[in-house]
Structure formats: structure tokens, C-alpha cells
Design a protein around this ligand. Structure first.
Ligand SMILES: [Fe+2]
Length: 259
């Protein structure tokens, strides 16, 4: 089954959740997000020295990574995992139930399910076995790349949808939480529980830069101007200026990342 047919099967599955009510907007948001994450994953694997089989598994894992979002929307009407269920886990269940992608060898299906189940973990703690390393990490980088884009569109929009920022809508202001700022400066894991203001969400996204696994991902971030765009929404105070220097130095000048 070619990638094209997987895309068709995925799209059919996503569209089966369209019901004509207000949740359709969320279904379409995640359908389009998944397709863009697939594109990002393709761009990453093209820039990295991976064999074709591994690259295919990375692409399929990317396409299916958020499949759990559709049952999550239908059942709970929210993307907030803390208020509903872990959508990575829901994705594993959906893939098991549907047998997507059923024709693949069992081993490959397992790899895809693991990549889907791990895509939204805060961190991958233990070193992964070699056959899982790239599917898991390519999906995580590709997903974050698209979340940058979605958030930039969201913050540029005249009528932002608070569901996109997990309810942290509200008035745009220069406020941000110092604890969130500090944990980003210290390159600590983001903690959703600390987020109070829309700017906190942007700070957390900026902190993701330090977690990017592939230099190709950082190249894509640079070429797409994603960091400049995110910083443009934040206040221009000394703290934020310092963070910007730090993040740009890491991402574009002396980074040494790689699997
Ligand atoms: Fe996700």
C-alpha cells in the first residue's frame, strides 16, 4: 500500500467524524494538521541519512500520530488531555481497532503504534532501541514544527480560537509567568500546569527548540522564520531579548543536535 493510499484511508477515517455540528471545525483542524505533520516528517527524513524503510515508517507514524484526536473530539469535545484522555493512548487503541495500517508486517505496525503512543509524552526518558529511535523522534519534531505554525496563525488571527491554546485565550497582553520564563531559560521540560497567559504558551513553544532532535528540523525552523514570528508576539523587554539571544544561538549558530 503506497503512502498515497494511506493518506486516502486516513482522510476517510477523519472525515467519518464529520457530523455537521460545531465540532467539525476541530476535526478538520486535526485532519489538516496530520497531513502537514506528514509533510514535515518527509522534509526531515529527506535531510537526514536514513534508509528508505525507516523513512517510510517515520512518514506513516507522522500521518497517524494524532488519529486519537478524532475519537477524543467525538467523545469529549476537547483537545485537553487532562480534561479527557491521553490522545496518544487513544491513537494506539484506534489503530489496534481499525487495523490501520493492516497490511504491514506486524513489526512495522508495532513501531507505528509505539511512535503514536509516545508522540505526546513530555520527554522520552530511556534510550530507545535503534528501530524505534527515528520513528519516535521524527514524529515529535515534525509535530512541534506544525504546532509552531498553528500557533503563529492563531496569534495572528483576528478571531483566535481559545481551544487551540487549551483555553488560554483571553485578552492579549504583555503579561507572562516568570516561572515559565525561568524554566525555559533553564531548558527544563515545559509544565502545562504553570501556564496562565497566552504568552506563557508562546514561551513554552520556544522552550521546545532545545528538545529538537534533528539539525534538519532546526534548518526548517530557520528557513520558515518560525522563531522570529513567535518572538514577534512577545513583549520586547530585557528578559525576552536575552531569551531570544540564547535560543537563536542554540538553534542557528552552534547547535550540535542529532540522533
Ligand atoms: Fe498529538
Amino acid at each position: 500500500m503506497s503512502l498515497d493510499l494511506h493518506v486516502k484511508a486516513f482522510t476517510r477515517y477523519a472525515d467519518s467524524y464529520l457530523t455537521g455540528d460545531e465540532k467539525d471545525e476541530l476535526v478538520l483542524l486535526k485532519r489538516e494538521h496530520s497531513l502537514r505533520v506528514l509533510e514535515n516528517a518527509s522534509a526531515i527524513v529527506t535531510g537526514e541519512p536514513l534508509d528508505e524503510d525507516t523513512a517510510d515508517l517515520c512518514r506513516l507514524s507522522a500521518l497517524y500520530h494524532d488519529i486519537g484526536r478524532f475519537p477524543q473530539i467525538a467523545t469529549y469535545g476537547t483537545f485537553n488531555d487532562r480534561e479527557s484522555a491521553n490522545h496518544g493512548r487513544l491513537g494506539v487503541l484506534a489503530l489496534r481497532e481499525l487495523g490501520i495500517p493492516g497490511h504491514l508486517p506486524r513489526r512495522d505496525q508495532r513501531i507505528i503504534r509505539i511512535a503514536v503512543g509516545q508522540h505526546n509524552l513530555k520527554t522520552i526518558r530511556s534510550p530507545l532501541p535503534p528501530h524505534l529511535t527515528h520513528p519516535v523522534h521524527v514524529v515529535r519534531d515534525a509535530d512541534k514544527l506544525d504546532i509552531f505554525k498553528v500557533m503563529i496563525d492563531h496569534f495572528s488571527s483576528e478571531s483566535p480560537n481559545p481551544l487551540v491554546t487549551l483555553g488560554l485565550g483571553g485578552e492579549r497582553s504583555d503579561e507572562y509567568t516568570l516561572d515559565v520564563y525561568r524554566s525555559v531559560m533553564l531548558r527544563k521540560e515545559g509544565d502545562y500546569a504553570l501556564l496562565r497567559h497566552p504568552n506563557d504558551f508562546l514561551l513554552m513553544l520556544i522552550g521546545w527548540i532545545f528538545t529538537m532532535r534533528y539539525s534538519t528540523t532546526l534548518d526548517l525552523i530557520r528557513r520558515r522564520n518560525l522563531l522570529e514570528d513567535i518572538f514577534s508576539f512577545l513583549p520586547k523587554d530585557d528578559r525576552i531579548r536575552k531569551l531570544k539571544e540564547e535560543v537563536f544561538a542554540f538553534a542557528f549558530y552552534n547547535h550540535s543536535v542529532g540522533p
